[in-house]
Ligand binder design. Structure first.
Ligand code: CP
Ligand code: NVA
Length: 321
């Protein structure tokens, strides 16, 4: 089912030195190159064969928000690639006391070979990338979560093979994960339906961008508000938390607004029989998804989490070696 593993030249002339802020900046061919490399790296790891193209290289990881998967997969991944990773809490950096992003970018560029950053404003990450002379990787902003979706594309290919024409239904908040799924789907020729209650639809500019990309890939982008109708014929159902990091004070209101948008057994039964359930994690069980769905036979959430490691190792190899 999953694509054949290709033996690859790890130095990628086109991607070396580039930033990874959004999948919108990558062509379908480049995304496919990264995925080929991710499959290769995963296969080598499973065989216990060392793969260390980042020997002597150092990744700095700036976190302004919490993380389990992103932090550990980037840190473990860098070490497995032969390099080292530094965890930098923005609270403990001068950045947290008002040093500018532009100055931080130029200082860190003198010490490091790459920067991964998780923060609020996407504009801050663009600013960091503008001034840094080393690759900057977006580890989640309020707008996008491209590393998650790169790993999700790997998972989707493992589960269903060729993704062209497959139907992915995202149910819930039109957030960073939804935005990156829309861009990733549009690039890869996937049909994506985003189902959100009124007032929680994805960002208009992102929708337009995705629609533009879908024109050349054969993908399709649809927005709607009725989950029952949307899941018909779905190959994948994806959800995420109703309140993202930074929206904690809206949690109670959102719980009410999203009450009809839970992924449960009866919704799953309306999709294809072999539908795959996905979630980027962390999950709020019995809110956006029931315990029985996330723990059930259709769920691939831990495969998704594991693939963060392999996909990001591919990304770092391509950008930094
Ligand atoms: N999915 C994801 O990015 O998880 P973390 O917040 O734990 O990094
Ligand atoms: N939308 C979630 C994703 C967490 C990985 C958030 O931003 O909190």
């Amino acid at each position: 089912m999953a694509p054949a593993i290709k033996k690859l030249n790890t130095h990628n002339e086109e991607l070396y030195g580039q930033d990874f802020l959004t999948l919108a900046d990558y062509s379908p061919e480049q995304i496919n190159d990264l995925l080929d490399l991710a499959f290769y790296i995963k296969a080598q790891k499973k065989k216990g064969i060392p793969f260390e193209p980042l020997k002597g290289k150092v990744l700095g990881m700036i976190f302004e928000k919490s993380s389990t998967r992103t932090r550990v997969s980037f840190e473990a991944g860098t070490i497995q690639l032969g390099g080292q990773a530094l965890f930098l809490s923005s609270k403990d950096m001068q950045l947290g006391r008002g040093e500018t992003i532009a100055d931080t970018a130029r200082v860190l560029s003198g010490y490091l070979d790459g920067i991964m950053i998780r923060t609020y404003s996407h504009h801050d990450v663009e600013e960091l990338a503008k001034y840094a002379t080393i690759p900057v990787i977006n580890g989640l902003t309020d707008l996008y979560h491209p590393c998650q979706v790169l790993a999700d594309l790997q998972t989707m290919m493992e589960v269903k093979g060729d993704l062209k024409g497959k139907k992915l239904v995202y149910i819930g908040d039109g957030n960073n994960v939804a935005h990156s799924l829309m861009i990733g789907s549009a690039k890869m020729g996937i049909e994506i339906v985003v189902v959100a209650p009124d007032g929680y639809a994805p960002d208009k500019e992102v929708v337009e961008k995705a629609q533009q990309f879908a024109k050349t890939s054969g993908g399709k982008i649809t927005l709607c508000t009725d989950p029952n109708e949307a899941v018909q014929g779905a190959d994948f159902i994806y959800t995420d938390v109703w309140a993202s990091m930074g929206q904690e004070e809206e949690q109670v209101k959102r719980r009410k607004d999203f009450a009809d948008y839970q992924v449960n057994e009866s919704l799953l039964a309306k999709a294809k029989e072999d539908v795959t359930f996905m979630h980027c994690l962390p999950a709020h069980r019995d809110e956006e998804v029931t315990e029985s769905v996330i723990e059930g036979g259709h769920s691939v959430v831990f495969q998704q989490a594991e693939n963060r490691l392999h996909a990001q190792k591919a990304l770092m190899t391509a950008l930094m070696s």
